[in-house]
Design a protein around this ligand. Structure first.
Ligand SMILES: CC(C)(COP(=O)(O)OP(=O)(O)OC[C@H]1O[C@@H](n2cnc3c(N)ncnc32)[C@H](O)[C@@H]1OP(=O)(O)O)[C@@H](O)C(=O)NCCC(=O)NCCS
Length: 291
């Protein structure tokens, strides 16, 4: 028998996290406090009393809803994913969304999504860089100064307005990313000491940084790397990412990973030159609601 239950208490949210960590072991899973502040609808699935899956319904950064059913491998092909998806999609619809998106990483999950009428809208590539113990800090070009968000917290708003919004406009996502300053800070800027800003005099011209992973502090995800349009093509992204890598190296991090849209050739080329290799691919899928 399949039973679905909203995850509300801390213990239930930890169960929710345990499924996500098992299904997506290479990725950071938000801690309970961050899940709560994200405001998503969190659902648990039990099969014959055993934890079998979890999922969430929330607002997507590219508009509409985002639904993410996940089932532990031992419980697949027993209808758990379908039960989760139906309730999550209903919730997204009740929130006023007329469509919903999700991500799938393997052929079986893509077959599941297609079975429920989702179709592909784009792809993301995961690139990974092992980090050695003595990564050198790069030279900083003349006229540029590198500071961290921890040192200059007053620059946060300007990072969002002058860099992040421009970068989101230029990303080849199926729809434009729409994210408020508050959401951006919560999702993309959880490690001020590891978020580097390039300044040219008083102008904010670039940023790159890392997101902290409390479950696995020896790995970190690259957050947004962005260079102001008029300053691109001069090695700033590379210098900022090397700065973040050197910082990671000195702070015990041994792996940095990053997700980039296919079509974002500039960012992927920068990463390849920095020693990143491709580990995984993820397909974005979408469909109209109701299911
Ligand atoms: C996708 C996922 C949630 C499916 O969970 P599940 O409990 O195994 O799915 P269900 O048993 O409810 O499958 C319902 C139908 O989807 C299709 N389907 C599911 N998995 C499939 C697979 N591996 N190959 C082909 N078809 C599949 C089948 O039509 C299936 O019905 P059937 O078993 O009667 O043939 C699970 O594989 C998973 O957690 N994947 C990783 C996370 C993810 O990608 N989520 C999907 C977001 S849309």
């Amino acid at each position: 028998m399949i039973e679905l239950r909203a995850a509300e208490t801390d213990d239930e949210l930890e169960l929710w996290r345990s499924v996500r960590i098992a299904v997506l072991p290479n990725e950071r899973t938000a801690p309970v406090a961050e899940l709560r502040s994200g405001g998503g609808f969190m659902l648990l699935a039990f099969r014959d009393g055993e934890l079998a899956g979890s999922g969430s319904a929330s607002k997507s950064d590219i508009g509409g809803g985002a639904v993410t059913p996940r089932v532990l491998p031992a419980h697949r092909r027993r209808g758990v994913g379908a039960a989760l998806l139906q309730q999550l999609a209903r919730h997204a619809e009740e929130c006023g969304h007329s469509e919903a998106g999700s991500m799938v990483d393997d052929a079986g999950s893509l077959a599941f999504a297609q079975r429920f009428g989702f179709s592909e809208t784009g792809r993301q590539v995961e690139q990974v860089r092992p980090v050695g113990p003595d990564e050198p800090r790069p030279a900083v070009p003349d006229g540029i100064e590198v500071v961290t968000v921890a040192e200059r917290p007053e620059l946060l708003q300007r990072l969002y307005h002058e860099l992040a919004l421009q970068a989101f406009e230029d990303m080849p996502t199926p729809r434009k990313v729409e994210i408020t300053l508050e959401e951006w800070k919560a999702e993309w800027l959880n490690w001020p000491e590891a978020t580097f800003i390039a300044l040219a005099g008083d102008e904010v011209v670039g940023m790159a940084g890392l997101n902290f992973d409390a479950d696995q502090p020896d790995r970190a995800e690259n957050t947004l790397t962005a260079v102001r349009r008029d300053r691109r093509g001069r090695g700033l992204a590379r210098m900022l990412k090397e700065t973040a890598t050197a910082w990671a190296s000195a702070h015990g991090i041994r792996e940095i990973y990053t997700w980039t849209q296919t079509g974002n050739d500039n960012m992927r080329a920068v990463n390849e030159r920095l020693g990143f290799f491709t580990r995984d691919m993820s397909i974005s899928v979408r469909r109209a609601l109701p299911l």
